[in-house]
Design a protein around this ligand. Structure first.
Ligand SMILES: O=C(O)CCC(=O)C(=O)O
Ligand SMILES: [Fe+2]
Length: 362
């Protein structure tokens, strides 16, 4: 057996160039190309050592990762933008996905923050939830009833007023909000309805020092009864009104540190989004102004990736390091997506202080 490591750069025209060769591992049965010469983004990573992280963090445009030892999956992980997002090919998601492929996906998720998979039309509600359970315990939405016949899936159907067109991190109005969300495209309009994600760790890293100093010490109150009308021009729409009534049928309130330490990667991330009502100790007016300034930093186009959906697509995002926005530009066409969420932990600020649930209805 001898070894060769390779880094594969894929250029726009589809030309693949082997730019660095170190070791090949050759057995009589298999040729395994391993990725090296790769950079670990995060020095303070708590889950990944440099070696393991390097399997998914490519400095080029594309990385191929051979996983498993038996009949193998050959994953291709291609970055889609400079700071966030990658498309994964060569895998059929399922509850019984082999462990090494699953782990490669999990690592890629924490590196790229949001992963996209085309052609997962074989998944149904049960197998979407089964796959989600590989990451941990799935949780239902605190106020919106789960999709009929599913354990915890949230059905987002435009016909029922579900249009998530304002920037948010999922369910931050509770203390231990979901660590990740898995969204499956059921019905996609002929045009429009893309979703955009922003990297809140990259945003924190690039905050100007005075803003970072504020964020580092600030705490924010999040609630599901946030000021909906301020971010939705169509807030008087009957369906939207009905959806909102259900959404706030029980009111939650939680105080989170504005900067939390990601429990897996160790990165500092901004915990904000549309559920924020105000900053602790500041007036509503000052809070709104400061929130706007911070949000502009988070949602700068440089921090984002945009996905144009096809039916059968799946997106998985690290809900502790991202915000997202579903673009409401598809008029009366129907759009249905279904979401599984996986239980998270109570966030911890950089001073070690945890989030505090202020209102938890029975
Ligand atoms: O409709 C979408 O694309 C995203 C909806 C959303 O905010 C979510 O699934 O958490
Ligand atoms: Fe969401």
């Amino acid at each position: 057996m001898w070894m060769l490591h390779a880094v594969v750069y894929t250029y726009d025209q589809g030309v693949t160039v082997l730019s660095l060769l170190r070791t090949w591992r050759l057995t009589t049965q298999k040729l395994s190309v391993q990725i090296s010469g790769l950079r670990c983004l995060n020095e303070t990573s708590t889950m990944f050592g440099r070696e393991s992280m390097s399997e998914v963090q490519s400095t080029g445009q594309s990385a191929s990762v051979s996983v498993g030892t038996a009949a193998r999956t050959s994953l291709s992980i291609r970055r889609l933008a400079g700071r966030i997002g990658a498309q994964v090919e060569g895998v059929e998601l399922s509850p019984t996905l082999d462990q090494s492929t699953f782990e490669a996906i999990e690592k890629a998720l924490y590196t790229h923050k949001v992963l996209f998979f085309r052609g997962q039309g074989h998944l149904d509600d049960a197998s979407q939830e089964g796959f989600a359970r590989r990451f941990g315990e799935t949780v239902a939405h605190p106020t919106v009833p789960s999709h009929a016949g599913s354990a915890d899936l949230l059905d987002l159907d435009s016909v029922h007023g579900a249009r998530a067109n304002s920037w948010h991190t999922d369910i931050t109005f509770v203390d231990a909000y979901p660590k990740l969300s898995i969204l499956r495209a059921i019905t996609i309009p002929p045009v429009g309805g893309d979703t955009v994600w922003a990297n809140t760790a990259a945003a924190y890293e690039r905050l100007p020092e005075p803003l970072r100093a504020f964020a580092d010490h600030a705490r924010a109150i999040h609630t599901n009864a946030y000021d909906y009308a301020s971010s939705h021009a169509e807030a008087d729409d009957t369906q939207l009104k009905r959806y909102r009534e259900v959404f706030i049928s029980k009111v939650y309130e939680t105080e989170h540190p504005v900067v939390s330490v990601h429990p897996v990667t160790g990165e500092r991330t901004l915990v904000l989004g549309h559920f924020v009502q105000r900053f602790q100790g500041l007036s509503a007016q000052d809070s709104a102004s400061l929130l706007q300034v911070l949000h502009e930093h988070i949602t700068r186009l440089e921090n984002t990736v945009r996905w144009q959906w096809a039916e059968g697509d799946v997106a998985i995002w690290d809900n502790r390091a991202t915000q997202h926005y579903a673009i409401n530009d598809f008029g009366d066409s129907r759009r249905v997506v279904r979401r599984a969420t996986v239980k998270g932990d109570v966030p911890v600020g950089i001073d070690g202080k945890r989030s505090v649930a202020l209102k938890t209805p029975a």
